[in-house]
Design a protein around this ligand. Structure first.
Ligand code: SF4
Length: 464
């Protein structure tokens, strides 16, 4: 056998034993498999985390978490038991080394971030922003982003059954945090959803609708079924994608009879009308793929929908080795029948620099994972470039690695581009984390910031 940089091994999926966690020591399998029980026992604050983990965790961890929530967090805490149970799956809190393992755990690192995880030199990139993809600027109806010629994103609700620390839609999704007051939809939900359907009926150039949020698992099932049924009545729509991280975070929901039978009805109508319905989920680590997740994904495929695909996010300390990405892709593909599809670079939101990779690192990961998975299941590494859209990481037109600035062009126009007089030759910028740059590049950014501050001071001086 030749020695290879990555060695494939089929690992059997296993549900970690939740009874190792003191707070859930007496929880039965029946309770665990109930979506209602899972929702009612989500971990929403430090007190509840203490109740679940018991006394085995070092106090310094909780202090670190409290500080992060007060000073850095852009998302509030919400971790369903299913996800909580995949954190440090092989140790009980009373076992030696649990606190260290908790700090190092990849799921913990993005679901329960602590202050010491983050950069202190550049916690945020100077060009980071709340709605970093400018989706709200491209709303044609509140929550309906039309930024590509043939497809739209419908944000049907602003909540999820779980909140990820790195959420791109931190501007809109979730509860406010001490650092971030959330944007609120102005229209009533049913008016908004009705207006979205109205727009799509009059725009036959749109053939593909991503139904997202938030997470569609938080929309009451009858309302989601009604919305998708309305989409299925529009002749021009050929693809419908339902975005739900809960397929992994709360698989119990997708296994309920109400949802399973409802998906079967939708899949039947879609087949008659030659429309493809797919579920897009968001799994970042192999340890999140448990037998219950596989069961839910396969139950969805059995309803007759076209596919279940994964869009993960590249997060430093979570999944940024080729080995961790390939282990995840094989776990998804072999046992859960979930198609690895995309890995996004983490977007330029505030306080996310410790998670973000440079473009060069993402390009290197793309190179390293090629050739192991079937071609159809080899995920693309994607940079979602503000005002441009999703681009494969090798598509930058230029890349200044000293200052960490990559340049990107578009190959289509939106009505906004036309009204702003933008041509297809216009270049848009994307930025690497500053701490990953050579010292000359870091110096350049420091000088830029100092210049900006001086300009601001003299402007304020002139105004007073
Ligand atoms: S599930 Fe998606 S929308 Fe919800 S918090 Fe996580 S990343 Fe954001």
């Amino acid at each position: 056998m030749l020695e290879q940089p990555y060695v494939y091994r089929h690992a059997e999926l296993a549900e970690p034993d939740w009874r190792r966690l003191p707070g859930w020591a007496c929880v039965t399998a029946q309770e665990w498999e109930s979506a209602q029980w899972q929702r009612a026992h989500c971990v929403k604050n430090v007190r509840q985390l203490r109740e679940v983990l018991g006394s085995g965790v070092d106090e310094m961890f909780y202090a670190d978490l409290v500080r992060d929530q007060a000073e850095r967090a852009t998302m509030s805490m919400l971790v369903p038991p299913q996800m909580m149970n995949t954190i440090v799956p092989r140790l009980a809190p009373r076992d030696p080394g649990f606190t260290e393992a908790l700090y190092a755990d990849p799921v913990r690192r993005y679901m329960i971030p602590v202050f010491s995880d983050r950069r202190t030199d550049w916690p945020s990139h100077p060009r980071a922003s709340r709605d970093s993809l400018h989706e709200a600027e491209m709303w044609v109806v509140e929550g309906l982003t039309h930024r590509y010629p043939t497809k739209v994103l419908a944000e049907v609700l602003p909540t999820c059954p779980q909140y990820c620390g790195h959420c791109t839609r931190m501007d809109l999704v979730g509860n406010p945090t001490p650092m971030v007051a959330k944007h609120k939809f102005g229209m009533a939900r049913d008016d908004r959803l009705g207006a979205m359907i109205g727009y799509l009926k009059t725009h036959p150039d749109v053939r593909d609708v991503v139904v997202s949020g938030g997470d569609v698992a938080n929309l009451p099932w009858p309302r989601l079924e009604a919305f998708v049924s309305d989409l299925l009545k529009i002749d021009s729509i050929r693809d419908i994608r339902l975005a739900t991280k809960a397929l992994m975070g709360l698989p119990q929901y997708w296994l309920t009879e109400e949802v399973r039978s409802g998906m079967e009805r939708l899949a039947g109508i879609a087949r008659q009308r030659d429309v493809a319905i797919a579920i897009h989920t968001h799994v970042n680590t192999a340890q999140s793929v448990t037998p219950l997740v596989a069961k839910a994904a396969k139950a969805m495929l059995e309803t007759g929908i076209r596919d279940v695909r994964n869009q993960g996010v590249l997060l430093r300390g979570v999944n940024t080795t080729a080995e961790s990405l390939l282990d995840l892709c094989f776990a998804l593909l072999d046992d859960a029948k979930i198609m690895p599809y995309y890995f996004y670079m983490c977007d330029m939101i505030p306080n996310a620099e410790h998670w973000r990779l440079s473009l060069g690192e993402a390009q290197d990961l793309q190179h390293k994972i090629m050739g192991y998975l079937p071609g159809f299941a080899t995920p693309r590494m994607i940079c979602d470039v503000p005002y441009v859209g999703k681009r494969w990481v090798h598509q930058a037109s230029r890349y200044d690695t000293e200052r960490g600035i990559s340049y990107w062009t578009k190959n289509y126009r939106t009505t906004k581009d036309v009204s702003a007089g933008l041509t297809l030759e216009r270049e848009f910028e994307y930025y690497d984390p500053i701490y990953t740059l050579p010292s000359s590049g870091r110096e350049w950014w420091r000088a830029q910031l100092a210049e900006k501050e001086m300009a601001l001071v003299s402007h304020l001086g002139a105004a007073s």
